[in-house]
Design a protein around this ligand. Structure first.
Ligand SMILES: NC(=O)c1ccc[n+]([C@@H]2O[C@H](COP(=O)([O-])OP(=O)(O)OC[C@H]3O[C@@H](n4cnc5c(N)ncnc54)[C@H](OP(=O)(O)O)[C@@H]3O)[C@@H](O)[C@H]2O)c1
Length: 259
């Protein structure tokens, strides 16, 4: 039995790919949302939160907002607690929810298309089951500390916003030169789709070299990218997001009186 707590975007993204391999129970506070889920996925069990949530011996996927951790009440000891909550440390989960094993999970918004790039960390004894579970919504990478998870989050968690900025710029460029908005969007979507296997199997510098001929169109375009130092800008973007993750952790510690 996989008990998913929460019925928002992330919980919903997990139900469809998991429902054939796992017995799913969704525990959430809105009965109307639960009724709709039950109608859509007839085999799942739904439970409205009313007092204590029974997690004893279960694999539990926590997919609520962060503030729920302190306010929800749990009964028993979970087998594995998987938490997708951004910025909620294993230490904080341990203080509020009892489990044999704790795993922190950082999926991204592409989970809704089963294309999440998901980072995992936590108790090594639950690593294999965690990887198997989250491979259902895309790709997974295991890291050995929560600090590394924060760095990974700065790339793959926040990354859709960075790439959306790139996509918007390319679309605008196409329209500026005379394409319709629909054509420009279709081109950019196809570009991103085809780029995925390229970047997985080739060094980015080699991709650039392969596409760029002397005095050609790509060379002219890349000159503008160099003029604005876009490569350094992207590296700095990731480093700044990681710094922010560390600062948020300190702010939370100050709030709890731990610093
Ligand atoms: N979406 C992403 O791409 C993404 C990526 C990485 C991590 N995450 C993490 O995933 C978690 C869920 O995100 P989401 O996008 O699924 O958010 P969401 O769509 O807003 O859903 C949040 C869920 O949490 C429930 N909830 C909030 N406060 C609660 C409380 N005090 N007690 C019980 N339930 C409560 C909500 O219940 P109601 O419907 O009753 O309000 C809802 O079911 C967040 O912690 C976020 O950090 C999300």
């Amino acid at each position: 039995m996989m008990t998913i707590i929460g019925s928002g975007n992330m919980a919903k993204a997990m139900i469809s790919p998991l429902k054939d391999s796992y017995d799913i129970e969704v525990v959430a506070r809105d009965p109307a949302v639960l009724a709709r889920l039950k109608e859509q996925y007839r085999t799942i069990k739904t439970t409205t939160i009313d007092g204590y949530i029974d997690i004893d011996g279960k694999d539990v996927l926590l997919a609520t907002k962060q503030q729920a951790v302190g306010s929800l009440k749990f009964k028993g000891v979970a087998n594995v607690l998987y938490s997708v909550l951004a910025g909620t440390t294993i230490e904080s989960l341990r203080q509020n929810i009892k489990a044999q094993n704790y795993i922190r999970v950082m999926p991204n918004v592409s989970a809704k298309y089963q294309k999440s790039m998901t980072t995992l960390t936590g108790d090594v004894s639950a690593k294999a089951s965690a990887v198997k579970l989250f491979d259902n919504i895309g790709q997974t990478i295991w890291v050995t500390s929560e600090d590394l998870l924060d760095i990974a989050t700065a790339i793959a968690g926040s990354g859709p916003a960075y790439l959306a900025t790139v996509a918007q710029g390319l679309i605008d460029g196409g329209v500026r030169c005379g394409l319709s908005l629909a054509q420009s969007r279709q081109l950019v979507a196809g570009l991103f789709d085809g780029f995925s296997p390229l970047v997985a199997q080739n060094d980015p510098q080699n991709i650039k070299d392969e596409v760029t001929s002397p005095h050609g169109t790509t060379a002219a375009g890349c000159e503008v990218l160099q003029q604005y130092d876009i490569q350094e800008c992207m590296a700095q973007t990731v480093a700044t997001a990681y710094d922010r993750a560390k600062a948020i952790k300190d702010e939370n510690k100050i709030k709890k009186g731990q610093i």
